[in-house]
Ligand binder design. Structure first.
Ligand SMILES: O=P(O)(O)OC[C@H]1O[C@H](O)[C@H](O)[C@@H](O)[C@@H]1O
Length: 287
């Protein structure tokens, strides 16, 4: 996605503008260190390109930017649960409107803060009072942190994922390593070599992954390190051809140039007592 081409709605500072993409508003960063963008719809990172390097984040050419459904590609924020633990799948954060809270900048980069608090719509789905913040730190690397706070009077159970779609040259020449010795696939625990390669659909939760997992994007002659914290698993996903063909918002051959490596709390195992906070983060380091 070429975020530099989006029409500008407002200039917030030397490096930060608000722009428009179909039905959604996007906060765009153009800084000497990197270019990046985050949509207020979903609090969804759309792009991160360190200066002089290739785009690191994959975006579907058929992604829906109307604000009516979750965006296919980028970094969907799955919260307050991951997957089909409840309805809607992957929670409501990725289809909620987040507010721009703050932006800060210096010569090293830019920090954007977006926030979401409970409202009538979220309480109808999930009866809890909360305050969530996405901090997007753009510089030589991209760090995304999701801070969840319980602002209510009873405990809440949360999970979630920063569901990053990485842009790779060719899935056949891609591997993800440092994934540890076990994964869960279709509910079953299986031993793992610690490295995932792709010859068909992969949808696995790695439960013993290292803090930093490595995507070897051989076709682009680069390695992307993904450093996670606050997670209890790393989800690796590529839908492969048949599933891609069944998705209205993905090109039939879209699966060839993407892989998801997601910093996840896959099982809603974080308990937040009133006043407590949890931070889930992922950092994209591209060499
Ligand atoms: O199609 P979505 O709801 O965006 O989900 C996309 C994918 O997300 C995760 O990676 C899950 O592990 C997959 O099972 C799921 O298919």
């Amino acid at each position: 996605m070429d975020v530099k081409q989006l029409p500008t709605l407002a200039v917030l500072s030397d490096y930060v503008t608000v722009c428009e993409l179909d039905g959604i508003k996007v906060v765009r960063v153009i800084h000497p260190k990197a270019t990046a963008a985050v949509s207020l719809f979903g609090g969804h990172v759309l792009s991160f390109t360190p200066t002089g390097k290739k785009e690191t984040i994959w975006m579907s050419e058929k992604a829906d930017f109307t604000g009516n459904k979750a965006i296919r590609g980028g970094i969907p924020v799955c919260w307050p649960w991951f997957g089909k633990a409840a309805e809607p799948s992957h929670g409501f954060a990725r289809t909620s409107e987040w507010a721009l809270n703050e932006h800060r900048e210096n010569e090293e980069g830019v920090i954007i803060s977006l926030t979401l608090s409970d409202n009538a719509e979220t309480r109808a789905i999930w009866p809890h009072a909360f305050h969530a913040e996405i901090l997007m730190e753009v510089g030589d690397t991209l760090k995304v942190s999701l801070v969840s706070a319980n602002t209510g009077e009873r405990a809440m159970q949360i999970g979630g994922a920063l569901h990053t779609y990485f842009n790779i040259g060719d899935i056949h020449q891609t591997s993800v390593s440092e994934l540890g010795n076990e994964y869960i696939e279709a509910g079953e625990r299986k031993p793992s070599s610690g490295t995932a390669k792709f010859e068909g659909e992969v949808d696995r939760i790695y439960t013993q992954a290292a803090k930093a997992v490595v995507i070897d994007d051989a076709a682009n002659q680069r390695r992307i390190t993904v450093e996670n914290s606050g997670n209890n698993g790393v989800v690796v996903w590529n839908p492969w051809q048949a599933l891609a063909e069944g998705m209205a918002d993905m090109e039939n051959d879209g699966f060839l140039t993407m892989v998801c490596a997601e910093s996840a709390v896959y099982d809603r195992s974080v308990t937040l007592q009133p006043g407590e906070k949890h931070t889930l983060s992922t950092e994209v380091i591209c060499k």
